[in-house]
Design a protein around this ligand. Structure first.
Ligand SMILES: *[C@@H]1O[C@H](CO)[C@@H](O)[C@H](O)[C@H]1NC(C)=O
Ligand SMILES: *[C@@H]1O[C@H](CO)[C@@H](O)[C@H](O)[C@H]1NC(C)=O
Ligand SMILES: *[C@@H]1O[C@H](CO)[C@@H](O)[C@H](O)[C@H]1NC(C)=O
Ligand SMILES: *[C@@H]1O[C@H](CO)[C@@H](O)[C@H](O)[C@H]1NC(C)=O
Ligand SMILES: *[C@@H]1O[C@H](CO)[C@@H](O)[C@H](O)[C@H]1NC(C)=O
Ligand SMILES: *[C@@H]1O[C@H](CO)[C@@H](O)[C@H](O)[C@H]1NC(C)=O
Length: 362
């Protein structure tokens, strides 16, 4: 019976108006803070009345420029985009070769292993750690398959003979200045199309007000030409607060960041790309083991007597990674109601909070 009566009860809250300046001002202060939070943070900073969407994007690139080198072993050589831009497809990540160690005329044969042009037994301490000097005083570098013979490499050095692409590459003396110094003046055209699928929004970084005659001769400049999608490599590296020639010597990775964050409650032409540049690979001077960026590739051909020959190129250069990111927001009734509801709920908490505060204060 007692249970039935408690089930059939109705409780209500008794409202007491307290005419007290301290209580009243605490109440108003808490209300004010909550309204400040709702308007300032929820509405202005977080824009919680909007639906959000992340950008989907595609990027193609086209590098332009010609360089010239005159290196021993290769002779005078003009470098055009097919030579230095790897891979040639024009992906969002592209590599521009700036420095190299060229080993021409390599053939499959046997030859003495070597490390540097000027290695002697007294200097073996200078060898990189992964090279070894075995107990009988032979330098072994594991750059090929050992034949088991030891041969004179020079007057003072005897090394193991290997089967390999001979002559072996000597990669210890990298040119101190990048061979393809002219790469600083190369330019790249970046074409970027973005989509916000939730809002059916599509746009290119070549903006509608850019005409083709302008596009033929413009060059990105943060102040004068902020919408030109053609970038000089040197300028991008400089914006990342790096020196091009220094970075080009050992190679590195540079990020081209395109920010498409937009508020689509504003007209469409306010939504445009914002470019920034930063060096991505580690250049912390305290952790400077294996700095830079390099890889090897070879060009194969056959001599007149049908012997397979190759030119090995250990290439150093800058890899440019185009990274597109962004979120767009647009007013929508559902998050608005949810957030207004949440704000009202917090306002409803003012009384208990105030009671607690006053309770502590008394
Ligand atoms: C390349 O350098 C060699 C000597 O190092 C020189 O004889 C030759 O004229 C140079 N070629 C060009 C095109 O400058
Ligand atoms: C070779 O090394 C010796 C002693 O380490 C040095 O005196 C000489 O100048 C070097 N030669 C070359 C061509 O680097
Ligand atoms: C050092 O290398 C030579 C040539 O490969 C080989 O004959 C010799 O046995 C090696 N010595 C040791 C201790 O491995
Ligand atoms: C290798 O060098 C040693 C000493 O420098 C010399 O006596 C020997 O004849 C050389 N061998 C060859 C095959 O040149
Ligand atoms: C790049 O171009 C500028 C201006 O045209 C020129 O002064 C500079 O020497 C060029 N750099 C190289 C490495 O050729
Ligand atoms: C292209 O645009 C530039 C400036 O953006 C303007 O000066 C030029 O007259 C335009 N050319 C044509 C053919 O519309």
């Amino acid at each position: 019976m007692a249970c039935l009566s408690c089930l059939l009860e109705y409780g209500t809250v008794k409202i007491i108006v307290i005419r007290n300046k301290a209580v009243g001002s605490v109440f108003r202060l808490i209300q004010f803070l909550i309204i400040l939070y709702v308007i300032g943070y929820v509405c202005v900073v977080r824009k919680s009345y909007q639906v959000k969407d992340s950008v989907i994007s595609t990027v193609t690139t086209k590098v332009k420029g010609t360089g010239f080198t005159n290196i021993s072993g290769l002779g005078a050589h003009v470098w055009d985009v097919a030579d230095y831009n790897i891979p040639p497809e024009g992906e969002s990540s592209f590599f521009v070769l700036t420095n190299m160690i060229i080993t021409p005329n390599q053939m499959q044969s046997s030859c003495p292993e070597s490390q540097a042009k000027n290695v002697s037994f007294t200097k073996y301490f200078d060898l990189p750690v992964f090279d070894q000097l075995n107990a009988s005083g032979h330098i072994t570098l594991l750059k090929g398959i050992q034949t088991g013979l030891c041969v004179n490499y020079s007057e003072t050095v005897k090394t193991c003979e290997v089967l390999s692409w001979c002559p072996l590459e000597i990669d210890t003396d990298l040119p101190e200045n990048p061979l393809l110094a002219a790469a600083e003046n190369f330019t790249v055209l970046i074409k970027n199309t973005v989509t916000y699928p939730k809002f059916n929004f599509h746009k290119r970084n070549i903006l509608p007000d850019v005409n083709s005659s302008y596009l033929k001769q413009c060059e990105f400049n943060r102040i004068t030409d902020p919408h030109c999608p053609i970038f000089r490599l040197k300028d991008m590296v400089a914006e990342a607060e790096e020196d091009f020639q220094t970075m080009a010597t050992r190679g590195g990775v540079l990020g081209i960041l395109i920010d498409w964050s937009c508020d689509l409650d504003f007209p469409e032409h306010y939504c445009g790309p914002k470019y920034s540049f930063c060096r991505m690979d580690n250049k912390n001077p305290e952790n400077n083991v294996a700095p830079g960026y390099n890889f090897r590739f070879a060009k194969y051909y056959k001599t007149t007597d049908d012997v397979e020959t190759r030119t090995l190129i250990k290439s150093y250069g800058i890899r440019f990674d185009v990274i597109v990111f962004g979120t767009a927001g647009k007013f929508n009734i559902v998050p608005t109601i949810v957030n207004v509801g949440a704000a009202l709920t917090i306002l409803g908490l003012v009384s208990p909070v105030k009671s607690a505060v006053l309770g502590l204060g008394v």
